[in-house]
Design a protein around this ligand. Sequence first.
Ligand code: C5P
Length: 228
Amino acid sequence: MSLPGGLRIDVVVPAAGQGRRMGSAVPKQYLRVGGHAILELTLGRLLGLPFVGRVVVALAAGDGRFGDLRCAADPRVVAVTGGAERADSVRAALGEVSTEWVLVHDAARPFVRPGDIEALVEACLGDGGVGGILAVPIHDTVKEGEGGRIARTRPRDGLFRAQTPQMFRAAALREALSGGVAVTDEASALEARGERPLLVMGSELNFKVTTSDDLRLAQALWDAGMLS
Ligand code: C5P
């Protein structure tokens, strides 16, 4: 899909996390699925979209692995040093973004479908607001726990799990992140300023590879030909 007027959109990929929940010495973005580093798979998906301009990757200080990836040599890929929190990494990468809109996508979501990214971009451009995110509805009953027991049950109607990419006007995102807010996704920073980003339906296959179970699931789906 090309965009009207040859519009380009830069992408920020925060990849400076340590992946502690994986319990591996290798950060999760460098673990392998189907013989490929997860970050390589993620960047490959993004670089395959014709409207993507730069892909700005935020790396941990002293990252010694990125240069070994094939996609590191792509002229559209720019590496910057990330920060202590995800928001710091995104803020650093935004410094290299020169397009009006920006997509932010987790390094650890290698299976996002190009069609879903296109649907997000079309929805955000058509809406003309601050932007939007891919999300999936919650089908499980949601419990709030306290001390290992159920404290209360939350109505699941209208609840979604936020995914990435998340697409925003770059200037609005820069401003929203400028105050050093502690957020786990970019939309939260804009919500805190009263904005109401769009919810665009994503896919359960766009899961974030976070735990060793996720890694096994990713490999099984890959072996079944569902992710390649
Ligand atoms: O920790 P979490 O799974 O939410 O991380 C999501 C993404 O943010 C990952 O791709 C991770 O590498 C990145 N991240 C980062 N800088 C940090 C922490 C996480 O770029 N300080």
